[in-house]
Design a protein around this ligand. Structure first.
Ligand code: ADP
Ligand code: ZN
Length: 731
């Protein structure tokens, strides 16, 4: 029954998706005279608060809520609406990941202040009214404000070195009156012809294929596979140029902020202007600007982390996923999603091509390429015939390092020769800190995180023991907290700091640089270090996976993998793939400018198929074997997996709820439920964790099965939380 008001005034209501964990958009009234369309960004009352939300598409059958009970939209932001493809994408991601659509929408609304240009600017001369009481801070604001006709609140506060509240106080006192900010200057436009490289024949052919895909303006995925240094970036830049020529926007996903700067530089050299950046290290102010200009279609190219998938592009025509195999593309908090897979979905919804680039593609992409769901473009040679490094396995059982040391004599000799020649050596160990475990020689006490089932890692340069899972840390003690014995604590195993120490002792005259994300001191410092390496200001570089990827170091001719077995032992079915990718990437840092180069891989299992594949360069054989094994085991991409993590303050609550979920699981001949069993990290941040694994065939209706199971189980009570991870990366 339509209400009386509804009959009289034909009240208009629209669904609005608010950025909260809600399953449905809520209905709101549209006040007379207000213009909204699906995608409009609006402000709505929600309980006592005002929140930003997106006007959503009307559901089938319309709204049955009594309009008298509805509240009205309070404001429409002056900003282009979120386009239909993006709205469908948000719904799709929510549906696929079993995440509330509101939470996914929140990722699209990450820069809330950007919706409106800050509605207030100031020329204090113009109002001429000064507050009665002046303070030092106020005086600074007034003085700084005179330097420009218009300021944003935060900009003025920042320039005057005061808090925003000082500026706000002055606004209230009438010293500043709201005026509209002039639009920020247009971003520099990329110039398609600026620094175009002469592609060699193989590159030109590959580029041609990608350019055609862009020109076709339809959905297609191409795997661009090329050995390290083959020029993949130059090649996909041609596709980017084509998209720009057609007036489209382009999104380039990068797995790591550490890689962004050198990428930005290369982009700048090619296109005469930098792309917009989008990642956690971009300032809030800059984010606002980028968000808004992407929405307005003024930013043409964004290079960013996985979250840039949720930027409000108006006219996206190409998405590139660089280093598509990289595990960093998986987000494992709140909404669990894989940015590579979602990029493909975004392209499919938007009807434009996606390019996945890698020297060591994921098994998933390889399978998709060989089944011809994806196009496959390969670059077999390094640019300018730079030779790939010769790779040798160092059998650590036959060439053991000195006692308490980790570098074998073979590798030490190679480092020495390299440094003597004025070239660079990279020692790679994927472990931060000094040592992964500290124990007391007197009583055997091991230092463990109080909140996680994990050892504390010795970070000697900071004088701390740290948990790598929750961030807990404590000063490194001199005596054992258990038995009180002084100076009997020993470090077990190596981390990069310890390898650096070993190098300083072995090569006191060499210039040694240690690179690790916890030491990098922010992107700027890291950038300087990377520039210093590229500029030949270091002889020996010790680094974590931070240095394994993407960088171009012309003088580097030796790469040593200190503990190549490190990732193999964790029992994860992806361990072989990951280790292969990492070793391939890191050895690929050597010999990129044509000098003869080598990689030495320290291993205790030289007969392991991964080690054999790396050493012999038989990538094809490795992929065939790995793909065969996945197929036999029904593992992705030949089967589907979901992991459900049940966590709680007590072990019992977590396990009980895990059992309840398991009991609630219906019968589906095709889907098998395993567990609950203790999760790989059984305690994290003081919460006990159990895991259910659901495994099904390639077309198994996993999401529907999980939804039914969760709905049939009693709702989580007390401290219990349930997190669903579709396509878990480690399982
Ligand atoms: P990949 O991404 O495949 O490892 P890059 O795109 O980083 O390879 O290229 C490796 C190096 O070779 C870079 O310094 C790049 O600038 C250079 N390069 C590749 N192709 C060309 C080309 N056609 N002209 C000039 N330089 C090139
Ligand atoms: Zn911890």
């Amino acid at each position: 029954m339509p209400s009386a008001i509804g009959q009289l005034f034909a009240v208009r209501t629209v669904p609005v998706l608010v950025p909260l964990p809600t399953e449905q958009p809520y209905s709101y009234l549209v006040p007379d005279g207000m213009e909204v369309v699906p995608g409009s960004i609006v402000q709505v009352p929600l309980g006592p608060r005002q929140v930003a939300g997106i006007v959503w598409d009307a559901a089938e059958g319309g709204d049955s809520v009594d309009p008298k009970k509805l509240r009205a939209i309070t404001h429409v932001f002056d900003c282009p609406p979120i386009d239909a493809a993006m709205r469908r994408f948000i719904d799709w991601v929510a549906d696929y990941t079993l995440s509330p659509p509101g939470l996914v929408a929140r990722m699209a609304l990450r820069a809330p202040v950007a919706f409106d240009p800050e509605p207030w600017i100031e020329g204090f001369a113009s109002t001429g009214s000064l507050p009665e009481r002046m303070t030092g801070a106020r005086e600074r604001v007034m003085a700084v404000a005179a330097e420009a006709p218009a300021w944003s609140r935060s900009g003025l506060a920042h320039a005057a070195g005061v808090s925003v509240s000082v500026v706000e106080g002055l606004v209230k006192l009438g010293a500043f009156a709201p005026v509209r900010l002039p639009p920020p200057p247009a971003v520099a436009e990329p110039d398609l012809h600026f620094g175009r490289a002469d592609l060699n024949e193989e590159q030109a052919e590959a580029a041609q294929t990608l350019v055609q895909a862009v020109a076709a303006e339809s959905f297609a995925v191409t795997l661009l596979e090329g050995v390290t240094g083959s020029g993949k970036t130059e090649v996909y830049f041609e596709a980017v140029a084509k998209a720009l020529e057609m007036g489209k926007q382009v999104l380039i996903l990068l797995p790591e902020i550490a890689l962004t700067q050198s990428f930005i530089d290369r982009f700048h050299q090619r296109f005469g202007a930098p792309p917009a950046e989008w990642h956690s290290d971009v300032s809030p102010r800059m984010r606002e600007k980028v968000w808004r200009q992407v929405a307005e279609g003024r930013v043409k190219v964004v290079a960013g982390a996985r979250s840039s998938l949720f930027l409000p592009f108006q006219n996206l025509g190409l998405v590139v996923v660089d280093e598509e195999h990289d595990p960093a593309y998986k987000q494992e908090e709140r909404t669990f999603y894989h940015a590579r897979d979602m990029a493909v979905v975004r392209a499919s919804i938007g009807g434009f091509p996606a390019i996945l680039a890698s020297a060591t593609p994921s098994i998933e992409s390889r399978v998709n390429a060989s089944s011809q769901r994806y196009g496959h473009v390969q670059l077999a040679a390094r640019f300018r015939d730079a030779a790939l490094p010769t790779l040798t396995l160092v059998d650590m059982r036959r060439h053991p390092p000195a006692r308490g040391k980790f570098i074998s004599p073979v590798l030490l000799t190679a480092i020495n020769e390299t440094v003597q020649r004025g070239e660079q050596a990279l020692l790679f160990l994927n472990r931060r800190g000094y040592a992964p475990l500290t124990l007391c020689r007197s009583c055997g006490h091991r230092f463990q995180c109080p909140d996680c089932s994990a050892w504390l890692v010795d970070h000697r340069l900071r004088g701390q023991l740290q948990c790598h899972h929750c961030g807990f840390n404590r000063p490194r003690p001199d005596s054992c907290p258990e038995c009180g014995t002084l100076d009997h604590l020993v470090a077990c195993g190596p981390g990069v700091e310890r390898i650096a120490e070993e190098m300083l002792a072995a090569f006191p005259d060499a210039r040694t640089i240690l690179l690790s994300s916890d030491l990098a001191g922010g992107p700027r410092r890291l950038r300087r270090e990377l520039d210093a390496i590229a500029g030949g200001e270091a002889d020996i570089i010790i680094g974590t996976q931070l240095v394994a990827k993407g960088h171009h170091f012309p003088l580097m001719t030796l790469v040593g993998a200190v503990d190549a077995d490190l990732g193999l032992s964790n029992g994860d079915p992806r361990a072989a793939e990951r280790t292969f990718q990492l070793l391939h990437q890191v050895t690929g840092r050597a010999g990129r400018s044509g000098r003869a180069s080598r990689g030495l891989i320290q291993t205790y299992q030289p007969e392991h198929p991964v080690m054999q594949a790396i050493a012999s360069g038989a990538s094809e054989r490795f992929y065939d074997r790995e793909i065969g094994e996945r197929e036999r085991a029904g593992l992705p991409p030949f089967g589907r997996l979901a992991s459900i993590i049940i966590s709680a303050a007590t072990r019992k609550e977590a396990e009980d709820h895990g059992r309840a979920l398991r009991r609630a699981a219906g019968e589906d001949g095709e889907i098998e439920v395993l567990g609950p069993a203790e999760a790989p990290l059984a305690v994290l941040r003081g919460r006990y964790r159990f895991r259910l694994l659901c495994q099904g065939g390639r077309r198994a209706p996993l999401q529907a099965f999980l939804r039914a199971m969760i709905a049939a189980a009693p709702p989580p009570r007390g401290s219990v939380q349930v997190q669903v991870d579709i396509d878990p990366q480690s399982f």
